[in-house]
Design a protein around this ligand. Structure first.
Ligand SMILES: [Zn+2]
Ligand SMILES: [Zn+2]
Length: 645
């Protein structure tokens, strides 16, 4: 008999007839495996379980336990969607339908838009077809026949795809019910396995992503192996939506973006402005405490300066256009670095002045394309908590340690306890590509790894990820629901000191070039504020809350005592708001809850007599009566403990 050898992952070898399928191999191993099997890996390639093995093969049978099978499973779910749509809307023209991160999509051309009701019907039809356990069958056709098949069916997009993509004389197809797809596969054996899915949305997309092409409707679905995974995903989505800063910003009256002024430009309303003041006060004080000097630099400077820095070469695409003043071109600043360099360069520096650390809450303007703008996270004007350090080589490790320590203090202070660190280094195989000498890079990378090792901070080392002018450390925080956000950066620069001819007089009396480090901790005030809103879902901790206490009189009769409570709170330095509207107490409590004010101090006759307040906490609910001075002391200790790193 003509046989082949099949090598299994545990090293066992099976001698089987040529043409045996992975499904048959699985059955020989165990009935359980045969039931769970979704797809196979043969000599490294994923193939259908029904595909005959023609040669000696190293074979793995994949089940839901193997992450690689999830994409195949989702791709099959996309086919199930197309099959269901064809049952209900036979006139649609088919586009493409790949698996994606959380599920799949398929795109269709249809005159009328798919409505939410359509999605419900389609999803029900998908469940019906899944229950019928239709096989996903693979067929081979000659290219010409394939084109003819789609032409007869009037599927122009598919004809186009076969014309362009089919390279071999035989073209592979998959059928699921009435649906026939020109598709390389592989697929899971049948539709019966697809259980945990949900159609999510419809979005427009140009055919092949090219403007001017017909507008397709993409139906997106979420899809997982288990109902539990799907529910988990849907809950996370709902939670992220609940926390979305673009929704909470206007609801809590923190900020707005106004079409009349232009996209990507932020208006800080009084409450957001108050949070910003608290953030900035903390930042400035902490910079001074840590030996930085605060500076301010112009927003517009000569275009020539940006030629010296090199930004007009490699950064033009991200800059606003120049402005002409008295026949000279001026540039709105996209970065603060050249400004800080000019301050360093304003006179000859001695080694005694180093390390020279200058910090600025520096507002910059960058031309971000309208398609990528996103609330406070991607904007066109923003304020960086930017600093530049000029130091000697010997001072470098100490400075890096100072930056990392400061970054961690920011995280702790603002309520984050989980973070990830990445170190971007040079590509050792491409040393030509970089500014700075090999020796400088080695020294800098050693300073970065040495500091992180000494501080006991785990990090991901990423060779080849550094930009041309120097290695860097990035700190990503993980928020309350585990999402990572890029935050602090400590970036070396071997380029600018040279371009600007920076120098200092060393201990030996001769001139040396300082080492330069760029450093931002929040990244920008806007971005960090957006992250804070989402992390806290708008319920800021006491020390950051724009209104800390709402004083709520039970009725107009007690407004005098309520006023007294509010003014005592204010003179003790707390941000109190007296809600003396002629409304029912319940309505006032509800409004304070919606505004996510940390504390409510409710006052009526009993409280006025005993000089107490009835305390209610946002989230914790009723805390009972408390003497006014004791309440003030509670607030003081909570607020102080929140603001110290
Ligand atoms: Zn396909
Ligand atoms: Zn910089």
């Amino acid at each position: 008999m003509d046989t082949i050898q099949v090598t299994l992952p545990n090293g066992a070898i099976q001698e089987v007839p040529r043409g045996t399928t992975p499904a048959e191999v699985a059955r020989k191993i165990s009935q359980g495996l045969a039931r769970e099997a979704l797809v196979a890996r043969a000599n490294g390639d994923l193939i259908d379980l029904s595909r005959p093995l023609e040669q000696d093969t190293s074979l793995t049978i994949l089940t839901a336990k193997d992450p690689d099978s999830l994409q195949v499973y989702r791709h099959s779910a996309a086919h199930l969607l197309a099959a269901a749509v064809l049952e209900l809307f036979p006139e649609v023209k088919l586009g493409i339908g790949p698996p994606i991160d959380s599920g799949f999509f398929y795109e269709f051309l249809r005159e009328q838009p798919f409505t939410p009701e359509d999605l419900e019907r389609i999803e029900a039809k998908m469940r019906e077809l899944a229950a019928r356990d239709l096989p996903n069958e693979r067929k081979l056709l000659p290219k010409a026949e394939a084109i003819e098949l789609y032409r007869k069916w009037n599927q122009g997009f598919k004809c186009e795809l076969v014309e362009e993509k089919a390279v071999e004389p035989m073209v592979s197809f998959y059928t699921t019910g009435k649906f026939i797809d020109f598709c390389r596969g592989p697929h899971i054996p049948d539709t019966g396995r697809i259980k945990a899915f949900k159609l999510m949305s419809v979005a427009g997309a140009y055919w092949k992503g090219q403007e001017g092409n017909p507008q397709m409707q993409r139906i997106y679905g979420a899809c997982f192996f288990t109902k539990a995974d799907l529910d988990d995903y849907l809950n996370k989505l709902a939670e992220a939506k609940r926390r979305d800063h673009r929704k909470l910003g206007p609801e809590l009256d923190l900020f707005s973006i106004q079409e009349e002024a232009g996209p990507g430009l932020i208006f800080w309303h009084p409450k957001g402005g108050l949070v910003r003041k608290i953030m900035e006060d903390w930042s400035r004080d902490e910079h001074l405490r840590r030996g930085y000097q605060l500076v301010y630099t112009p927003h517009v400077m000569r275009l020539d300066l940006w030629k010296t820095s090199g930004h007009t070469n490699f950064y033009t695409d991200n800059m606003f256009g120049p402005v002409e003043v008295e026949k000279a071109d001026y540039q709105l600043k996209p970065m603060n670095c050249p400004g800080h360099i000019l301050i360093f360069k304003s006179r000859l520096r001695s080694y005694r002045e180093l390390p020279y650390r200058v910090a600025e809450l520096g507002t910059v303007y960058r031309y971000e394309r309208s398609g990528v703008l996103h609330g406070l996270l991607r904007v066109r004007g923003f304020t960086q908590d930017d600093a530049h350090i000029f130091c000697t080589r010997e001072q470098l490790e100490g400075e890096i340690q100072g930056c990392v320590d400061f970054a961690l203090a920011v995280l702790r202070t603002f309520g984050f306890n989980r973070f990830e660190v990445e170190l971007s280094a040079r590509d050792p195989n491409d040393p030509e590509h970089y500014a700075g000498t090999v020796d400088e890079w080695e020294h800098a990378e050693k300073a970065l790894t040495g500091t992180l090792d000494r501080m006991g901070i785990p990090y991901k080392y990423m060779p080849g990820e550094a930009v041309f002018y120097g290695p860097k450390i990035d700190v990503k925080l993980l928020d309350a629901i585990g999402r990572p956000w890029q935050l602090s950066t400590v970036q070396f620069d071997f380029n600018l000191p040279r371009r600007f001819g920076l120098e200092y007089v060393g201990e030996d009396g001769s001139r040396h070039q300082p080492v330069m480090v760029h450093r931002a901790l929040w990244g920008s005030v806007e971005r960090f504020f957006g992250v804070l809103i989402e992390h806290y879902a708008g319920a800021f901790p006491l020390w950051l809350a724009p209104v800390q206490v709402a004083v709520l009189p039970v009725s107009g009769k007690f407004s005098e005592y309520a006023q007294q409570v509010a003014s005592e709170l204010k003179s003790a330095g707390f941000r109190a708001h007296l809600d003396d509207r002629n409304e029912k107490l319940q309505a006032k409590i509800r409004d304070s809850e919606i505004q996510k004010i940390p504390y409510m101090a409710i006052v009526g006759g009993k409280e006025a007599e005993a000089r107490t307040v009835s305390v209610r906490h946002h989230g914790k609910g009723d805390l009972g009566p408390r003497g006014l001075s004791a309440f003030l002391a509670d607030l003081r200790s909570e607020s102080e403990s929140g603001a110290t790193a």
